[in-house]
Design a protein around this ligand. Structure first.
Ligand SMILES: Nc1nc2c(c(=O)[nH]1)N[C@H]1C(S)=C(S)[C@@H](COP(=O)(O)O)O[C@H]1N2
Ligand SMILES: [Mo]
Length: 333
């Protein structure tokens, strides 16, 4: 159940809910009874896991991966999952508008098939690769991670993905590679936010990590959530998830991954360098110039039930601390 590296944030074996409790009782009973009565007609894995979640229009490469998913490879202890409806209707994806509801409303327009990712720069094996062949060698894992937005709200999301390190190793970074740069697709005809001209963002949306950060086992490429493929508003068909950093580092709908020697320019840092740093590690002790980062609103919340929780250093993922030993995290925020 647990991935091989011991993670401070991962559940101990004793914390893991037994399968029969994890599956909803209804589905579990139906599956047990149904299988016996009708001969093997297995439930689709995603239905068995999250019966109330609408399944998407899964592409074949995704469906074929499901039987082999390593469910709950990393959990968030006993923290409740943010409901699917909030995960998919309260989003930041400025290509589709700046309102939290805009991505759910408009991101469906994004054509995600076929999808090609270009891997280039300081690698022995560059090249354009179809999404299917990019994902094919990797077994999918479920990673239940906290997501902490720099705007001081947070969620707990069950992602489906695989370690970014595994993808990078396949491309064989050269000795000159020191950073990884990521780029989101730009399709103005499908992206109202890009078309509008209101935005200050110089598209494409770009993000970056130091190579050692990118190689950390907690950094993943996600292709799904809640046991189904990624909804468009969450960055279909391929996005980065770096759970110890503010959400804006977790770039969506990626079309280019470049291994580079110099620190790349990133979207939010270039817009407002005093407010958003390159590192963007979650840090309750370093406030945003306009608000405190000591606490966060855990969704779902309401005016009457604000559900405010303390923000944790590295978003609770203490095992990444050695990446930053000797670095002044007030200066390199
Ligand atoms: N391309 C792109 N990626 C993006 C963003 C964006 O506007 N464009 N917003 C970021 C921000 S600010 C956050 S908090 C997360 C939100 O991810 P979610 O909508 O899946 O919760 O996506 C990040 N990735
Ligand atoms: Mo964010």
């Amino acid at each position: 159940m647990l991935i091989k590296v011991p993670l401070a944030s991962a559940a101990r074996e004793s914390d893991v809910t037994p399968e029969s409790v994890y599956l909803s009782r209804r589905t579990f009973m139906a599956a047990a009874g149904g299988l016996a009565a009708m001969g093997a007609l297995p439930l689709r894995a995603e239905e068995a896991r999250y019966p109330d979640v609408e399944s998407g229009d899964s592409p074949r490469w995704f469906t074929e991966k499901l039987p082999d998913v390593q469910w709950r490879a990393v959990t968030a202890g006993d923290e409740a999952l943010t409901p699917f409806n909030d995960v998919t209707h309260y989003n930041n994806f400025y290509e589709f508008g700046t309102g939290k509801g805009d991505p759910a409303r408009y991101a469906g327009k994004l054509e995600v098939e076929p999808w090609t990712v270009t891997i280039d720069g300081e690698v022995a094996k560059p090249g354009p690769v179809s999404l299917e062949s990019l994902v094919q060698p990797h077994r999918l894992q479920e990673r239940i991670y906290r997501l902490r937005c720099v705007e001081a709200w947070s969620m707990v999301i069950p992602w489906l993905g695989f370690p970014l390190a595994d993808l990078l190793k396949r491309a064989e970074p050269t000795g000159k590679a020191k950073y990884v740069r990521f780029e989101t697709r730009v399709a103005p005809e499908q992206m109202a936010g890009v078309r509008s001209g209101f935005s200050l963002i110089d598209w494409p949306y770009q993000e970056g990590l130091r190579l050692d950060e990118a190689m950390h086992p907690l950094a993943i490429m996600a292709v799904g959530l809640y046991g189904r493929e990624l909804p468009s508003q969450n960055g279909a068909p391929l996005r980065l998830v770096v759970p110890w950093k503010y959400g804006f580092k977790s770039i969506k709908s990626i079309v280019r991954i470049s291994l580079v020697a110099e620190r790349p320019t990133t979207t939010w840092e270039s817009l407002a360098p005093d407010e958003y740093g390159f590192y963007a590690n979650v840090n309750p002790e370093v406030d945003h110039p306009r608000w405190s980062q000591a606490t966060e609103r855990r969704l779902p919340n309401t005016l009457f039930s604000p559900n405010v929780v303390s923000t944790r250093m590295f978003n609770g993922y203490d095992e990444v601390a050695p990446l930053y030993s000797g670095l002044d995290l007030r200066k390199y925020y």
